[in-house]
Structure formats: C-alpha cells, structure tokens
Design a binder for this molecule. Structure first.
Ligand code: 5GP
Length: 205
C-alpha cells in the first residue's frame, strides 16, 4: 500500500567520469519503477552519439540566458565553460503525476535544488578511487587534453562536496550502484515525514 502519492525528486551528482550516466541507465533498465529522467539544457557542443532532446536540449548561449531571465530553470550552473540547467515546468508536472524525477547534475546546481525543494533526495556517486576516475576520464577520448585536465581539477573540488548529500553511493560495480539507489528510493517512500499525514488519516477513528 502506498501512503505517498507524490513522486520523489532525486538528485544524482558525482565527479565527471564517475559513471553517473551508466548508473542512471542501469537504474532505468530495472522493472517495477516509475522513474523519469529530466533532460537538461546545455550550451556545450553535442558529442558523437548524443541525441538532441534525449541526452540534452542543446541551445545557444543567448537562448540559455533568456531561459534564466524568464525564470524557466529550476537551477543552472556553469561547468568547464558551458551552461547547464534543469527546465522547471517539466519537473513540477511530472512530480504531480506521481513520477520519480531524476536529475543528473553537478554539485552547484544540486545545492540550488536543495534550497528550493528541500524534500528532494540527494545522492552522490563516488568512484572506488581517484585513480580509477582519472583513468575513466582519459579513456573516454571525446575531450581534448585541456578539457580533461579542467574536468580532473573540477572533480578534485567536487569530491569534497559529498557532505552536502543525503547518501553516498560508491560506483564499484554499475549494477550494485543501481541496486543501492533503488533501495534508497524505496526507503525514502517510507520516510515518516513524507507519509505521516496520510498515515494519520488511515488510523483515525
Ligand atoms: P557533461 O558535459 O559531461 O555531459 O556534463 C558535465 C556536468 O554537468 C556533469 O557533472 C553533469 O552531471 C552536469 N549537468 C548535466 N546537466 C546539468 C544540469 O541541468 N544542471 C547542472 N547544474 N549540471 C548539469
């Protein structure tokens, strides 16, 4: 029986190269869930294999700045020279439909979400070691050496921000990390503060 009809807002962060995207895909491949991914907007160049409207909405700097002015973004941040942000309307709509909305965003944006929607669930994905992360970033082969170095420097700053999160999930094995996130989501649905009102109605004489 479900005592909480509103979906959860789940914020997933972690340093670049930690495998957030892969963990998220493994999570969505599981059955028996009501997860939906919030597609972000970015000014970064599209990478080979990426699809506009599925991986990101790829927009110009001017378009992005207009969205900020119009208050159309739940949060936004600059990451290694590009803007990234979460379209607000979709998130609200989907939460009201009872969907669990997953944001995969960097730490600055995540703290803006926490400030605006404090009942979100904040999950930090950590690598098993720093070396592993550097190797993964280099192996991706889609960025220049300068960009890789900038992302490593950024990752080193991001490691320290894990304390802002409700949960830290180590991505040792993708399927384990996805299992842990699913367990967190299930437990969050039973959190007293989320269900107390409905529970009290249930037991009232
Ligand atoms: P990438 O360029 O590798 O796709 O993403 C770079 C970083 O931006 C990643 O840490 C990713 O999670 C983050 N990111 C993606 N979308 C958003 C967003 O909408 N807002 C914020 N703040 N960060 C985002």
């Amino acid at each position: 029986m479900k005592l909480n009809n509103r979906g959860l807002l789940i914020v997933i962060s972690g340093p670049s190269g930690v495998g957030k995207g892969t963990v998220r895909k493994a999570l969505f491949e599981k059955t028996d869930h009501n997860l939906t991914y919030s597609v972000s907007m970015t000014t970064r160049k599209i990478r080979p294999g990426e699809v506009d409207g599925k991986d990101y909405y790829f927009v110009s700097k001017d378009e992005f700045e207009q969205k900020i002015k119009d208050g159309k973004l739940l949060e936004h941040a600059e990451f290694v020279g590009n803007y990234y942000g979460t379209p607000l309307d979709k998130v609200n709509e989907q939460l009201e439909q009872g969907k669990e909305v997953v944001l995969e965003i960097e730490v600055e944006g995540a703290s803006q979400v926490k400030a605006k929607m404090p009942d979100c669930v904040m999950i930090f994905i950590a690598p098993p070691s720093k070396e592993e992360l550097y190797n993964r970033l280099k192996a991706r082969g889609t960025e220049s050496e300068d960009v890789i170095q900038a992302r490593i420097a950024k990752a080193n700053r991001e490691f320290k921000k894990a304390c802002l999160y409700d949960y830290i999930v180590v991505n040792d094995e993708v399927s384990n990390a996805a299992d842990r996130i699913m367990a967190i989501i299930r437990a969050e649905h039973a959190r007293t503060t989320r269900i107390l009102d409905n529970y009290l109605k249930l037991i009232e004489d």
